[in-house]
Write a protein that binds this ligand. Structure first.
Ligand code: AMP
Length: 370
């Protein structure tokens, strides 16, 4: 195995908190990070050896960046695909541009998942008012209309409820908010019992590790809290973890992926979304596991052996969103709360400013698996 050794520079596209926490983990293993993003003084650049502030479409800046790094990864999946594919011709990009392309388009993502035998909520591809009309008839209401690309944290989504369906008007409103060509999916509304996620890491040699399935609670479509492990039957958790590993293998993933799922009323599992980057629902691993998700992504993309994902504690992670971060003086007084702040100057509503993790003794008392 040709490992990229400590001392090398890892390139990260994107400058947010996920890049920041990856750079911090990389530093503990002796790597340097070089952040490429359009914003000045980004959370990731604040803790990294080098930063390029440029547009993702700046070809010269990308070529220079490629010469200075040994491997490239990305910390959010709405990076335009073209520059990532351009970089891939110059330097290893992990996860690959192909994985990125699948995960940034809901039509591609759901087709891929269904094609490898993974269940999703029933869905249809929407390209105009007529396909929307047909899909409403086939799937029924309530349903959710989602833009195919560039949606996150509930952006680019509308609930379509019974009695509220003038497909032409709905489509017109959606088209305005969408990049060209306009494309969306209609998804049947799932009366889920719980939302969970599983994070898998996989190295270039195909070896993988996964964290235990965790439970996620959203407020206003933004993750508010993660409970590790998820309070679901062990068999359901093991099934979810198996599905996530199957997805990573079929993607030929090198790096990390988070698989978000719904647990239906009868315990059935449906995948909602894939994110080929460290995930908010894995922040608890920093404080509760032998190896955090951030250290694992560094190990995976550099071709080092993966660390143990085993948790020594159960955990509850709360996001600090918007002005919730003003509670930091009170949180820091709690000696058992692990406070993480992202170095963002301005606390706008909906902006993830930090998180706090509380550790609990492992309920199952076992130290044998994840
Ligand atoms: P997404 O952007 O697809 O991750 O959706 C954001 C959140 O909206 C999810 O975490 C769910 O809470 C909710 N949601 C999305 N799709 C559905 C669905 N088909 N049925 C019920 N809730 C949904």
């Amino acid at each position: 195995m040709n490992a990229i050794p400590p001392g090398s520079t890892i390139g990260i596209l994107g400058g947010g908190q996920l890049g920041r926490m990856t750079a911090l983990a990389a530093a503990t293993l002796g790597y340097r990070c070089h952040i490429f993003c359009p914003e000045k003084d980004s959370p990731a650049a604040q803790v990294s050896a080098a930063a390029t502030v440029a547009a993702y479409t700046d070809h010269e800046a990308l070529a220079r960046f490629a010469r200075e790094v040994a491997v490239v990864t990305y910390e959010f999946e709405n990076i335009p695909h073209a520059p990532v594919a351009e970089l891939e011709r110059l330097v290893p990009v992990r996860p690959s541009a192909n994985v990125l392309q699948i995960s940034q388009d809901r039509v591609r993502e759901k087709s891929f998942l269904n094609g490898i035998g993974i269940a999703t909520a029933p869905w249809r591809q929407i390209t105009d008012a007529a396909t929307l009309q047909n899909a409403i008839q086939e799937l029924g209401l309530p349903s959710v209309l989602k833009t195919a690309r560039l949606g996150y944290d509930g952006k680019g989504q509308v609930a379509v409820k019974p009695g509220h369906a003038d497909p032409a008007a709905l489509w017109q409103a959606m088209v305005k908010a969408m990049p060209d060509p306009a494309e969306a999916v209609l998804e049947r509304f799932v009366n889920f019992e719980r939302e969970i996620s599983v994070i898998v890491v996989r190295g270039p040699d195909g070896k993988h590790a996964n964290y235990v399935a965790v439970e996620n609670r959203h407020e206003h479509h933004i993750l508010a809290q993660t409970i590790a492990p998820a309070r679901i039957p062990l068999a359901t958790a093991r099934k979810a973890e198996g599905m996530a590993r199957h997805i990573a293998e079929k993607l030929d993933l090198v790096g990390i992926i988070a698989v978000e799922m719904f647990v239906g009323e009868n315990g059935e599992l449906m995948v909602n979304e894939l994110a080929p980057r460290p995930h908010n629902s894995g922040h608890w691993t920093i404080d509760a596991c032998v190896t955090s998700q951030f250290e694992q992504v560094v190990r995976a993309i550099c071709g080092l052996p993966l660390g143990s994902p085993r948790r020594h504690s159960d955990a509850v992670m709360d996001n600090l969103i918007g002005d919730a971060v003003d509670r930091w003086p009170e949180l820091i007084k709690d000696p058992d709360a692990k406070l993480h702040l992202y170095g963002k100057a301005e606390a706008r509503p909906g902006r993830k400013m930090g998180h706090v993790t509380r550790l609990l003794p492992r309920k199952d008392g076992s130290l044998s698996d994840s």
